[in-house]
Design a protein around this ligand. Structure first.
Ligand SMILES: C[S@@+](CC[C@H](N)C(=O)[O-])C[C@H]1O[C@@H](n2cnc3c(N)ncnc32)[C@H](O)[C@@H]1O
Length: 217
């Protein structure tokens, strides 16, 4: 069965998306997407031979080699204009790697980016919005005691405030998410030594900002 984390990404994929999953590893999500008829066919890729081989083996086991095209290589380098891809899915990587991958001429063809980054969502929002995308959807979820954030970007231009980039323009209005952020900041502050006055002050300021947004929702 697909994990809650991977399952959460499936709703963002529409039947007519021309999709690549970059960093597919075992290709479990991709096999699910095709088997469930969410999408008819797609490309999957991975930069590591062993990871891609795990995907190829699973795709063969599921008799989907005619529907899932596998490519070995770094990021968008595996694509050429003939591939006609307009949607990218990336999950399970850090934001710096994701940004490096998107810094590629093929990005001009991409209308939608579905991203589940492991870290630094502020950097991710800042960089991807500066590439000419807006944030269409955001979701916070917990799977096996780990927190995940899904962000869907589509082509567009919008100037976000610093707080929107930090907490997410959609998540900032999500009381449950902001409450969980508040709790994690409150637990962190307890570990900051009393003599680290500046650091404690910064954290208290952030707690106040988060509290302000919780009151507003
Ligand atoms: C932690 S796995 C995540 C697998 C799957 N996407 C998921 O969410 O469960 C990350 C995968 O990304 C691949 N990867 C890392 N950097 C990459 C790059 N620049 N291009 C393609 N694949 C990459 C790794 O080899 C690894 O298989």
């Amino acid at each position: 069965m697909l994990s809650k984390r991977l399952q959460s990404l499936t709703k963002y994929i529409k039947r007519d998306d021309k999709l690549i999953d970059i960093g597919c590893d075992h290709a479990l999500l991709d096999i699910y997407l095709v088997k469930s008829d969410i999408i008819n066919n797609m490309i999957v890729s991975d930069v590591h031979e062993n990871a891609l081989q795990a995907g190829i083996d699973n795709i063969k086991l599921n008799k989907l080699t005619n529907k899932i095209d596998t490519r070995l290589g770094n990021g968008l380098n595996v694509l050429s204009d003939e591939d006609d891809i307009d949607t990218i899915l990336i999950s399970g990587m850090g934001s710096s790697t994701i940004i490096e991958i998107l810094n590629h001429p093929y990005l001009k063809n991409i209308n939608k980016l579905i991203i589940q980054s492991n870290n630094d969502h502020e950097l991710l929002r800042k960089k991807i919005s500066s590439l000419g995308y807006i944030i269409k959807e955001e979701e916070f979820l917990i799977d096996k005691n780990k927190q995940y954030i899904n962000i869907v970007f589509v082509k567009g231009n919008k100037k976000y405030t610093n707080d929107e980039l930090r907490y997410g323009p959609i998540l900032i209005k999500d009381k449950e998410y902001m409450k969980s952020l508040l709790n994690s900041k409150k637990s962190i502050i307890n570990y900051i030594p009393k003599n680290k006055i500046l650091l404690r002050h910064k954290m208290k300021k952030e707690i106040n900002v988060i509290n302000k947004y919780i009151q507003m929702t």
